[in-house]
Design a protein around this ligand. Structure first.
Ligand SMILES: [Zn+2]
Length: 179
């Protein structure tokens, strides 16, 4: 029996895609990025998720595993910013950026306090946006939509956070959450 090379390659690719370890592999670009936020080596894993946009795992001693799990679409939206591709969805991409920064701050602050983590992330978000090196106009829109996205979160996350005054009223933009 003759098995074509093409067929073997297809089977190999299929095995790679469905191997249990495939989904555990970390994303090097996003891992590097989160590591700079945390100040220690962190691994970011992009997985299929329906419940969350992202999470990190607290351990019984109150510390965190140095792993961040993000929804695949969230990963894509951050990576396109980090790779400096044209922005295609301010709301979804600033939301994604906020998500990786939020999860990184869980580890950085060793905290499960959602409002502490979220407020710290949002207080610092402008600095992370500017580092992406887009135009001032893009920066402003990313910043505005990041705050709009934030305002949709449950109170557990938003209590005590201080959005810049006037910002949300003036924009009239809507945040589109991408699956
Ligand atoms: Zn959180």
């Amino acid at each position: 029996m003759r098995i074509s090379l093409k067929w073997l390659v297809l089977v190999f690719i299929a095995l790679l895609a469905y191997a249990p370890w495939a989904s555990k592999a970390s994303d090097s670009i996003l891992s590097d990025y989160a590591s700079t936020i945390v100040g220690q080596a962190v691994e970011v894993h992009c997985i299929y998720m329906t419940e969350n946009e992202g999470y990190t795992q607290p351990m019984s001693d109150g510390s965190f595993e140095y792993d961040i799990w993000l929804k695949k679409g969230v990963c894509r939206n951050i990576k396109n910013l980090l790779l400096h591709k044209p922005i295609y969805n301010y709301g979804a991409q600033s939301w994604a950026l906020t998500t990786i920064i939020h999860e990184s701050y869980h580890i950085k602050l060793l905290s499960t306090d959602e409002s502490l983590v979220e407020c710290t992330a949002m207080r610092n978000i402008w600095g992370y946006i500017v580092k992406l090196d887009y135009t001032p106009r893009d920066n402003k829109r990313l910043y505005e939509t990041a705050w709009i996205g934030h305002s949709y979160l449950p109170e557990e996350y938003t209590k005590g956070c201080k959005p810049p005054s006037g910002l949300l009223i003036e924009t009239g933009l809507e945040v589109i959450y991408e699956a």
